[in-house]
Ligand binder design. Structure first.
Ligand code: NDP
Ligand code: 2IT
Length: 450
């Protein structure tokens, strides 16, 4: 075993002992420690202050019961969480996820990643994440509203515009944020920017809806340009059909690429002719309004095929944009992408690539950008929403879009600064982890052992 491998193993043993069986959280920590431990060895101050181990321990975790009544009058119960991971550089900030797969491990991994991501945005945002194992699928609007109100009855004690500012994530979009905001306002009797992703009529920011997907494509564009390449004419596989996938597809179309897939948890659609703006409008209506299944796309578009229980990584493409969920791109699919000539993987989701798949991608020197860098445009624009709320102003669409573009450019610059390799290539994983870490670590040192 190399010295690095045994050091990583020893570090992980400490973290595993404290967080047994938390597979997703341990996966996220291992990936970060793998690149940070050598950096920390070169900068012994961070070792002396034991910063990385301290960053693995959430500042606070709240777990609570969420009681609600369904449309048939049945008494239902779910579990709610908020993981307040790190507030060294700003108030806790991060989304809420409503999905049956939500566990403490999943939310701790997301909160851990969020700390690095938020640091990269250049804005003063700490890291957190929350949610519930509630499944919004098939629920009526009234059931969603009652659930959100009950969830907020407890969450409201732990958040605030200067303490912790939640937003959306899987299963939490404009509708849910509206109900959550309404209930917070009723409980607190205050109209504050306590949530982001709000509707435009009540404190939301232009471009926040589009920001994560647009940011992913701005970042991919920067990374391709740095390699002397471009998005023009590239066939792209996109997974998911929710918020991030929709606006990734939209920006890909605008920048001359050809998105050819879209998916949901039942399988993927392959449209070799390319998804254009009118087909995308169909997807948005299907998913955001009718809340239907993605296979309906093939009833609407001639030549498109649906592949049940299969990932989009089986379609022949030049570039891949995983935008659905964690560990959705396994090793087998990484081999398939490479066999088909894929040149780059840009993460829109959080940790969509498994550890094994990442090793394959790295070995074959594909361009790879980790979610904490490439999907940071969403939370960055949430930060811009907070600034507008604090100023009691609304910026124009162009202004917010320009700032988003500049933030993605700056994140790219930071990845370049800390991730430039001897062969001239940029290691975005290393760059993002180190750049995200340094700012938080320095702030933690300055603030004492709290
Ligand atoms: P949405 O709820 O809008 O969409 C999620 C999409 O992913 C749906 O198409 C859903 O399909 C699919 N999906 C969910 N779970 C699975 C699964 N287990 N297997 C296959 N497909 C699945 O969520 P978002 O678009 O907001 O989030 C997508 C990803 O992007 C997540 O990883 C999230 O953490 C990340 N992200 C989101 C940001 C945001 O601003 N919203 C910001 C940064 C990252 P189905 O409908 O069948 O469930
Ligand atoms: O993963 C993420 O960065 C998000 N879900 C967005 C968080 C936010 O606070 O906007």
């Amino acid at each position: 075993m190399t010295e690095h491998a045994s050091r990583l193993q020893a570090f992980m043993a400490t973290i595993e002992k404290r967080n047994p069986h938390e597979a997703e959280f341990l996966q996220a920590v291992r990936e970060v420690a793998d690149t940070l431990l050598p950096f920390i060895d070169q900068h012994p101050t961070y070792k002396d202050y034991n910063i990385l181990e301290r960053m693995c321990e959430p500042e606070r975790v709240v777990i609570f019961r969420v009681p609600w009544v369904d449309d048939q009058g049945r008494y239902c119960v779910n579990r709610g969480y908020r993981v307040q991971m790190n507030s060294a550089i700003g108030p806790y900030k991060g989304g809420l996820r409503f999905h049956p797969t939500v566990t403490l491990s999943v939310l701790k991994f997301l909160a851990f990643e969020q700390v690095f991501k938020n640091s990269l945005t250049t804005l003063p945002l700490g890291g957190g994440k929350g949610g519930s194992d509630f499944d919004p699928k098939g629920k009526s609007d009234h059931e969603i509203m009652r659930f959100c109100q009950s969830f907020m009855n407890e969450l409201s004690r732990h958040i605030g515009a200067f303490t912790d500012i939640p937003a959306g994530d899987i299963g939490v979009g404009a509708r849910e944020i509206g109900y959550l905001f309404g209930q917070y306002k009723k409980i607190s009797n205050e109209f504050t920017g306590v949530l982001t992703g709000k509707g435009l009529d009540y404190g939301g920011s232009l471009i926040r809806t589009e920001a994560t997907g647009y940011g992913v494509v701005y970042f991919a564009n920067e990374a391709l340009t740095a390699r002397g390449d471009s998005l023009e004419g590239k066939k792209c596989a996109v997974s998911g059909s929710g918020n991030v996938a929709q606006y990734t597809i939209e920006k890909l179309i605008q920048l001359g690429a050809i998105p050819v897939t879209v998916s949901d948890s039942a399988g993927f659609v392959h449209d070799p002719a390319g998804i254009d703006e009118s087909k995308l409008a169909f997807i948005k209506e299907l998913k955001n309004i009718k809340r239907g299944r993605i296979d309906e796309y093939t009833h609407h578009v001639k030549g498109a095929t649906f592949h049940p229980d299969t990932t989009p990584w089986n379609a022949p493409v030049d570039l891949a944009f995983p935008c659905a969920t964690q560990n959705e791109l396994p090793e087998k699919d990484a081999h398939t992408l490479i066999k088909n000539g894929c040149k780059g993987v840009f993460e829109g989701a959080n940790m969509p690539t498994t550890e094994e798949a990442y090793q394959v991608i790295r070995h074959h020197k594909l361009l790879f950008t980790p979610g904490k860098a490439s999907n940071a445009g969403g939370v960055a624009t949430s930060g811009l929403e907070m600034s507008q709320n604090a100023q009691r102003m609304s910026w124009t669409r162009d202004e917010v879009d320009y700032r988003l573009k500049m933030i993605m450019k700056s994140i790219h610059g930071n990845c370049e600064k800390f991730g430039r390799q001897e062969d001239g290539m940029i290691d975005y994983v290393k760059g993002a982890n180190i750049a995200g870490f340094v700012k938080v670590a320095d702030a933690m040192i300055a603030q004492g052992h709290v």
